[in-house]
Design a protein around this ligand. Structure first.
Ligand code: TPP
Ligand code: MG
Length: 660
C-alpha cells in the first residue's frame, strides 16, 4: 500500500534508520563479545570500511547512538486509526481480547488513547488462540460478537485453530490482522518477517469473508460489511488484513468527505414456502416423526419455537447438543435410539445428517470402518440447514453426503414460525387423537429413561479417583439454586451434565467447540463467563487437563480482568480419548499396548510428573484447591469455591477423576 510521504513520516523514518545504522556500526567497531577472539566459530568484528553499502557513522549518528533519542515530531492531521476507532464504535463491540503486536500498534494506540478503551475494552491475552476462543465463548453467552486484533502472520497462525472452531460452530468472530504491506517503506527485519502479501489466505477456507482495505473509506465499508456478514445467519468468523501504514498515516480524504456506513442487520434466510408446506404435510401424516436438532436454537426464542412444534406433533426430539435447543426436562426429549423407528425425520441445523441416519463402526474385522444404515428404507428425510449457504471446498466440515427428500438451505429459527403454521393447517382432524396417544407413550418412556440414567450415575459413586458422574452431580448440588450457566464441558465426562442437569434455558448449555480442536474449553469458558458476569449469571465449566494445557495463560486473563468462573477439573491425568485410540489399534493388531517403565500409556498420559493445576491457577491469581482425590472431600471444596466465585473471583478445583 502506498503510504503518504508526509514530512513527518520522512523525519521519523530517517530518525529510526539513523539509530539502527549507528547501532550496527557502533557495535562493530567497539564491542567484542567475551571470548570471541578465542573462538573461531564466532565471526570477527566487522570493519565498517569494508562493507560496500554502509557508510561509517557520522558524528551525528554516533551521537544518536550514545545520546538520548530525540522526541519524534508529533504527527499532524487525524490519524487513520482514529477514524477506524470511530467506525468500530458504531458497532457496539464491548470487548477486544488481544495479544499485542506492532503491526497494529497504531490502531491499538487509537483504541486506548482516542477511544478511551471503551467499546471495545482491551482484554490482555497471552495467546491469539485464547483471544479467539474467548470471543467464541462470549458470543454464545451474550449473542454479540467481539473483535480481536492479531499480528498478521505469526499471530494469525496461532489464532487459526480457534477460527476454525468458530467456523465449524457457526459463531461470528471479527478478526483483524495487522500487516505492514509496503515493502519499500516498512521497517526491515522483524516487521518484514511478520508481513505477507495476503495474510487472509491462511484462514480463507474457514472464514465467511475477508478483505484488505486500501483506504480509510474502504476500511469503513469493509468493517461494517464484515460485521454484517458475520452476524447474518449462518454466522461465522470473518477476517480483515489491515495495513500498518493505513492505520498510521493521517487521513487523506481525496476530496471526498469520509463517512461511516450505517449498520442494518440482514434478515436470516427463511425456507421456501413450497418446501415448508411439503415438510408440514410429511410431518403431520407421519406415524412416528422424529425431530433431530444440533444448532437449531440460535436464541432463547428458538427453544420456545421447537417446543411448540414438538408438542404440536407429539414428536420426540433428539438434541445433539450443538446448542441448548430443547429442555432436558421435557418428556419429548429423547435419546437417539428413537431414530430407528421413525418414518419421517426432520433434521435442523445438523452438522452431520449422514451420521444421524447411519452408523460407522471403527475397525471391524478388516481394520477399516464399516457403514450401516440405522433407518428403514422408506423413511423420509427433511433438512433445514442454513450452513448449506456457505459451504466451502477444502475443509470437510460439510461431512458425508446425505440424500434428503426435502432440503431447505435456510435458517431454522426463521423458518419455524411458518413451519408451525403449516403443520397446524396440515394435521387432519381425525389424526389428533392418535397424535395425543403417541405423546402418552413417549411420556412413559421418558420417565423410565430418567430412572435408568440415575441408576447408571450411581455406579462407583465412592470410587477414588472420583467418578465423572459424582464430579458432575456434586457440582450440581452446589450451583442448582443459582442462575447457572455451564459455559463449557471439555474432555469427556460421559455427558453427565447433559443427561442429568435440568437444562432448560438458552444459557444452561452453550455447546462445544464445533471443530473439536482441543484447547477451546479454557478460553471459551472465560469468554462466556465474561458475558455472564455482565448479565449477572453464575458460570461453571468442566475443565479437562489436556484442554487446559494448550494455552493456560488464559487463567491469568480471567484473574486480571476479574472474570468470575468456577472451573471444576476433570483431571484424568491424560489425553484419555487418545489412550483409547492407541489401545484399540493394539487390540486390533493383537498386541499389548506398551506402557513404558512408569506404567503409563506412552504418549497419551499426563503423569509423572503430575501437573499441580491448583498451583498453576494460584500463580495466576485464581483461588484454587487440590488435588482432590477422595469423593468425600469434594462437596465442601465445591462449596468454598462457589462462595469465592460469587464474590467475583475465578476459582479452580483440581479434581482427580476416573478416565471417563
Ligand atoms: C488441537 C488438537 N490436538 C489434538 C487433538 C486430538 N485429541 C482429541 S481428544 C484429545 C484428548 C484431550 O484430552 P483432555 O482434554 O484431557 O480430555 P480427555 O480425553 O482426557 O477427557 C486429543 C489430544 C485435537 N482434537 N485437537
Ligand atoms: Mg484428560
Amino acid at each position: 500500500m502506498a503510504r503518504a510521504q508526509s514530512q513527518t513520516k520522512l523525519n521519523r523514518r530517517k530518525f529510526l534508520a539513523s539509530v539502527a545504522l549507528a547501532g550496527a556500526a557502533g557495535t562493530a567497531t567497539t564491542i567484542m563479545p567475551q571470548g570471541a577472539a578465542a573462538s573461531p566459530a564466532i565471526a570477527p568484528p566487522i570493519d565498517p570500511a569494508a562493507r560496500p553499502s554502509a557508510l561509517p557513522p557520522t558524528a551525528k549518528m554516533a551521537a544518536a547512538e550514545a545520546g538520548t533519542p530525540q522526541e519524534i515530531k508529533a504527527e499532524t492531521g487525524m490519524p487513520g486509526s482514529d477514524f477506524m476507532v470511530d467506525v468500530i464504535k458504531t458497532l457496539d463491540i464491548k470487548y477486544l481480547p488481544c495479544n499485542p503486536a506492532s503491526s497494529f500498534r497504531a490502531l491499538h494506540e487509537s483504541l486506548i488513547d482516542y477511544g478511551g478503551n471503551k467499546s471495545p475494552e482491551f482484554l490482555t491475552c497471552m495467546h491469539e488462540e485464547s483471544a479467539v476462543g474467548m470471543a467464541h465463548g462470549y458470543f454464545k453467552a451474550a449473542g454479540k460478537p467481539l473483535m480481536t486484533l492479531v499480528h498478521g502472520t505469526v499471530g494469525l497462525q496461532h489464532a487459526a485453530m480457534g477460527i476454525y472452531n468458530a467456523w465449524c460452530d457457526r459463531v461470528p468472530v471479527l478478526v483483524v490482522g495487522g500487516n505492514d504491506m509496503d515493502a519499500a517503506h516498512r521497517p526491515p527485519g522483524v516487521p518484514t518477517f511478520h508481513s505477507a502479501q495476503d495474510i487472509n489466505t491462511l484462514v480463507r477456507d474457514f472464514t465467511k469473508w475477508d478483505d484488505t482495505p486500501v483506504s480509510a473509506q474502504h476500511f469503513a465499508q469493509s468493517f461494517v460489511r464484515m460485521y454484517k456478514i458475520a452476524t447474518t445467519p449462518p454466522y461465522g468468523p470473518v477476517m480483515m488484513s489491515l495495513d500498518a501504514g493505513l492505520q498510521q498515516e493521517p487521513i487523506r480524504e481525496h476530496g471526498e468527505k469520509l463517512y461511516i456506513p450505517r449498520f442494518v442487520p440482514s434478515s436470516p434466510p427463511q425456507g421456501d414456502s413450497g418446501a415448508v408446506k411439503e415438510a408440514a404435510r410429511l410431518l403431520s401424516l407421519a406415524g412416528r416423526p422424529v425431530i433431530v436438532v444440533d444448532r437449531a436454537a440460535r436464541t432463547p426464542n428458538g427453544i420456545k419455537l421447537l417446543v411448540e412444534l414438538a408438542e404440536l406433533l407429539q414428536a420426540p426430539v433428539v438434541d445433539q447438543g450443538g446448542r441448548m435447543n430443547f429442555p432436558k426436562t421435557h418428556y419429548l426429549n429423547r435419546p437417539p435410539n428413537v431414530i430407528g423407528q421413525a418414518d419421517v425425520i426432520i433434521g435442523m441445523e445438523l452438522s452431520d445428517f449422514w451420521g444421524v441416519v447411519n452408523g460407522f463402526v471403527d475397525n471391524d474385522a478388516h481394520g477399516i470402518g464399516v457403514n450401516e444404515t440405522k433407518i428403514k428404507p422408506d423413511t423420509k428425510l427433511i433438512s433445514i440447514n442454513s450452513v448449506e449457504l456457505i459451504t466451502k471446498s477444502n475443509y470437510q466440515d460439510f461431512q458425508r453426503f446425505q440424500v434428503v427428500d426435502v432440503s431447505m438451505p435456510a435458517d431454522v429459527e426463521a423458518t419455524l414460525p411458518a413451519l408451525i403454521e403449516a403443520v397446524k393447517a396440515a394435521i387432519p382432524g381425525d389424526r389428533k387423537a392418535a397424535i395425543a396417544k403417541r405423546g402418552e407413550t413417549i411420556r412413559k418412556a421418558y420417565a423410565d429413561g430418567r430412572e435408568n440414567v440415575k441408576r447408571a450415575a450411581a455406579i462407583a459413586w465412592d470410587a477414588s479417583p472420583i467418578s465423572t458422574a459424582r464430579l458432575v452431580m456434586e457440582t450440581w448440588a452446589q450451583i442448582k439454586d443459582l442462575d447457572w450457566s455451564l459455559v463449557a464441558s471439555e474432555g469427556n465426562v460421559s455427558f453427565w451434565p447433559n443427561r442429568l442437569w435440568p437444562m432448560e434455558h438458552h444459557h444452561h448449555w452453550l455447546g462445544r467447540s464445533g471443530g473439536y480442536g482441543v484447547g477451546y474449553g479454557a478460553p471459551a469458558s472465560v469468554g462466556a463467563a465474561l458475558a455472564n458476569r455482565d448479565l449477572g449469571r453464575f458460570s461453571v465449566s468442566i475443565q479437562s487437563d489436556g484442554d487446559l494445557m494448550y494455552a493456560p495463560g488464559v487463567l491469568w486473563t480471567a484473574a486480571r480482568h476479574k472474570i468470575p468462573l468456577l472451573a471444576v477439573m476433570h483431571n484424568n491425568r491424560g489425553y484419555h480419548q487418545e489412550v483409547m485410540h492407541v489401545q484399540r489399534l493394539a487390540n486390533f493388531r493383537n498386541r499389548v499396548a506398551y506402557l513404558g517403565n512408569d506404567m503409563a500409556p506412552l504418549g497419551t498420559s499426563i503423569q509423572n510428573p503430575d501437573i499441580e493445576y491448583h498451583k498453576l491457577a494460584e500463580s495466576m491469581g485464581w483461588w484454587a484447591k487440590g488435588p482432590i482425590k477422595d469423593p468425600a472431600d469434594l462437596g465442601a471444596a465445591l462449596k468454598e469455591a462457589v462462595a469465592v466465585v460469587k464474590s467475583g473471583q475465578p476459582a479452580l478445583l483440581n479434581v482427580w477423576t476416573q478416565p471417563r
